[in-house]
Design a protein. Structure first.
Length: 201
């Protein structure tokens, strides 16, 4: 069973269990734990600011958002976030989600690599952006409680996440030069990711 982290509530239910199972089967431990941390960072951000959000939707999207970086789901033609959105639509169809909710899961995954989304426009997309950015490149990391961050990485260790994730993005950039990952790799994103404070823990 997924446990709360430093008082930040973990979701529960069949969709949560299925999403975590699929992520664990296809992602290595570093990527799987990143997906969990992305959810908890986003949920912590929301709880600290009193934002109402769909916990199940955020969790399922967080668990699926990077699976298109893995060989079984990597697309030769699409940016990984677009391929991940399609994967989410297929996965959530299997859960019996209605079309609108399936579209939302796909939207969160696509938008996590796009320009910032304001919480008043789309709170779940905003939270996935906050969660992934804090965990990957450290954007906004300093605004989280240090005790929460310590508990989060203890519950879901990084296992050399930064180096492996930078390799995945550089591979995406090489093969898909017009994608959002390529834009990040062309800047200082890799250096910021490798210098993440949690990587030194």
């Amino acid at each position: 069973m997924l446990k709360d982290v430093a008082g930040v509530r973990a979701p529960s239910g069949p969709a949560v269990d299925a999403a975590r199972l699929v992520c664990a089967e296809y992602a290595d431990e570093a990527l799987h734990n990143h997906s969990l941390r992305a959810y908890f960072f986003g949920a912590a951000w929301a709880e600290a600011r009193g934002l109402d959000f769909d916990r199940e939707l955020l969790f399922v999207s967080a668990m699926l958002h990077d699976l298109a970086l893995t060989p079984p789901f990597d697309s030769h033609a699409l940016p990984f976030e677009d391929a991940g959105g399609h994967l989410a639509r297929v996965f959530t169809a299997g859960l019996g989600w209605p079309a609108e909710r399936r579209d939302r899961a796909a939207e969160l995954i696509v938008l996590h690599m796009r320009d910032d989304v304001a919480p008043e426009v789309d709170v779940e997309s905003h939270l996935l952006q906050v969660g992934t950015s804090a965990d990957v490149s450290g954007t906004g990391f300093g605004r989280f409680d240090p005790g929460f961050c310590e508990a989060l990485v203890a519950a879901h260790p990084r296992r050399g996440f930064a180096a492996s994730f930078v390799r995945l993005f550089r591979d995406q950039a090489r093969r898909k030069p017009g994608c959002a990952a390529a834009e990040l790799v062309a800047g200082d994103w890799a250096e910021r990711t490798l210098a993440h404070p949690l990587e030194r823990g």
